[in-house]
Design a protein around this ligand. Sequence first.
Ligand code: GLA
Ligand code: ZN
Length: 664
Amino acid sequence: MSIHFGVDYYPEHWPKERWETDAKLMQEMGVQVVRMAEFSWFKMEPSEGVFHFEWLEEAVALLDKYGIKSILGTPTAAPPAWIIERNPEIQPIDREGRRRHFGGRHHDCQSNEVYRGHIKRFVTAFSKRFAENPGVIGWQIDNELGNSHYDLCMCNSCKAKFQQWLKIKYGKIETLNDAWGTAFWSQGFNNFSQIGTPLITAVGENPSAMLDWKCFCSDLIVDFAKWQADIIRANCPEHFITHNYMCFDNKVNYYDLGKLLDFVSNDIYPAGHWQKPQAHPDSGLAASHDVVRGYKKQPFWMMEQQSGMSGWEIMGRALEPGQMSAWAMQSVAHGADAVVFFRWRTCAMGTEQYWHGILGHSGNPGRIYNEARQLTHTFSKHMDDFEGTMPHPEVAIVHSFRQNYAFDIQPNHPELCYVEQLQKYHKALYNKKIPVDFVRGMDDLSSYKLVIAPLQYLMTPQLEQHYIDYVANGGHLVLTMRTGVKDATNLCMTDRELPGRLSEICGIEVPEYDCLLETTGGVFYNSREYEAEKWCDIITLGKAKQIAEYTTGFYRQSPAITENSYGNGITWYVGTEPGDDLMADLTDYFLKTCGIEPLGTAAEGVEMMTRENDDSIWLFIINHTNERQVYHLHGMYTLLEGEKEEFLNPYEVQLLIKSKRSRY
Ligand code: GLA
Ligand code: ZN
C-alpha cells in the first residue's frame, strides 16, 4: 500500500515520554508518514562537528514501529547561533544595506561560501547517518526556498556572484550596456566589476537590470538547493528528494527547481492570516494546485496542508467542520498523491504558537483529529487506485516566471498583478466545471483545444512563431492586452505596432492604449454593457472582426475584443481586463466555439475535477460551502463514496468513477 496521508511532526518540541502516545494516535488516525527535523539544526549539531542524531533516530524508529515512515528535512533555513557567532557575515543584507539578524529564520545568505561549507559538513553527516535507516524514505531540502529571500541578499558575496552570472550571460560589457539600455540616465558600465546588487537608489531603477537580478536570484536558489541535493543523492541513492513549494510564489523558478527533485510538494494555508480571508478560497486553491501539478507535469505531494487555524501575532479563521477535509481532497483531486497536514500538535513555543494543528495545545484528540481520521479511513483505499494519474484538460493557461518578474518590476497599472490575472481566467473556467492545466508558452500546446495566454509582455521570435504555428494548425488562442511589448531583456520593441508579429494571427494592431488609473471602463458585448478594468488597448482592425466594443473613453465604439480566423484556428484578442461578468460570458463563448463541454453543472463553490488513467476517470465533486448543494453531471459516473448522488451535504466530498471502455 502506498503512502497517502501524513503530518508534519516536531518531536523535539515535546518530552520524549509523549512520543509513543503521539505515534499511537497517529496510527489510529491513518498517518503513514511524517516530515521532521527541518528546523532542528541546533539539536542535531550543538557545536561544530558534534553530531547528535540519536534523538531523531529514536523518533524515526518509534514511528516505524507503528508503521509510519519518515521524511527528513535539511534544517538550512535556520542556521544556529554558534554558526552566526563564528561567521556573522552569512547573515543577509537587505536593500537598505542593513544586515538582517538571527532571531527569526531565513537569516542566511545563499551564495556565501562559508555557509555552504557549514551546510556541506552538516548535510553530509546527516544524510550518511540516515541512508540505511529503514524508517526513512526521503528528504525535503531546506524549507520554502525563496521565502523571505526576495530582497535578500545584497552582500558582497552575492554581488560577486551576480557579476559572474552577468559575465557568462553577456560576455562583453558593451552587450550588457545595450541589453540594459544604459544610455538612459548615464548608467553605462566600463566593466562588470562596477555592477552592484540592487541596493536602494535615490529614485527609480532600471527594469532590464531588475529582470536580470530576479533571474539571477532564482538561479542562485536553485544552485543552493543543488548543493544539498547532490550530497543527498550521493549518500542516499534509494531515497526521494522533494521540496515544499509555495503555490504561485515567484522568488524561485519552480520549473527549474523541479528538475532537481523526484517530485514537487506544496504548502497551502487558505483560511486567511497572511492574506485576507476570502469568500471562495477554493477557486484560488484550485489554480494553485493546477500550477503546482504543471511544474513537473506530474502528481505532487502536499507537504503542508492546513489543518487548524493559522496565527503568528494575530490569527485567521477557525476551520468549519468538514472544511479541512474538503481542502485536502481538493488537493488530491488536482493531482496530490499524498497529503501531509501541518502540523501534528499545536506548538507551545516560539513565533508559531498559534499556528494550530491536528491536535490542540492540550494534545487531546478532538474535532479536527476525528475529522482527519474519518478522511483517511474513507479515502486511502481509493487513493491507491488513482495514484500517479493525471487529469487531461482541454484548456491550458500559459504561465511564466519571467512575465511575472516583468510585471513585478513595472505593473503598468498599480493594481495589475500577473498572477491575479491568470487566476481570473482560471476562475471563470473553474466556476464552469472545466479542468485546466497551466503550461509554459513553449510547451507542446497541440493537445489543447483552447490556450489562454494572458499578458504576453516579454516576447521572443521563437514564442511568436510557436503561437502562430499553434493557431495555424487549428488551435484556439486567447491573447490579451500588454502582449508583445518588450523583448527578452525588458526593452520596449520598436520595429512594429503592438502586438508585434502576433498581429498576423490577431488581425489587428494596437497603436495606442489607455491606463484606467483610478477609474474603470465599459465594454459592450452581446447586447449588454460590462465593466472593463485597469487597461484599454485602442485597437485598429485588420482582418479581424470585432466582438465587443468600448463604451467609455475617447475611443468608445472602437473594438475592445476581436476574433480572427487564421489557418485552421482562431485567435481572440482581449484588449482589457474583463470584469467578472464579462469574463464569465466571454469564457462561455470561447468554450462553445471550441466545443468544450463542462463536467456538469452546480452552484459556485461546488467543484468538479478529474484524474484519469487508460481505463478509468475518477470524478471528484467537492462542496466548499456550508450549505446543502445539488449538482448535475454530463457523464455516466458511479458513486464510490458519499451518500446520495446529485446531492451534497455541507463540505461533503464525493468520489465517482467512470470506465473509459463503456460507451457512456
Ligand atoms: C510555512 C512553513 C512552516 C510554517 C508554516 C506556518 O508554510 O513552511 O515552517 O512556518 O508556514 O507559518
Ligand atoms: Zn549575500
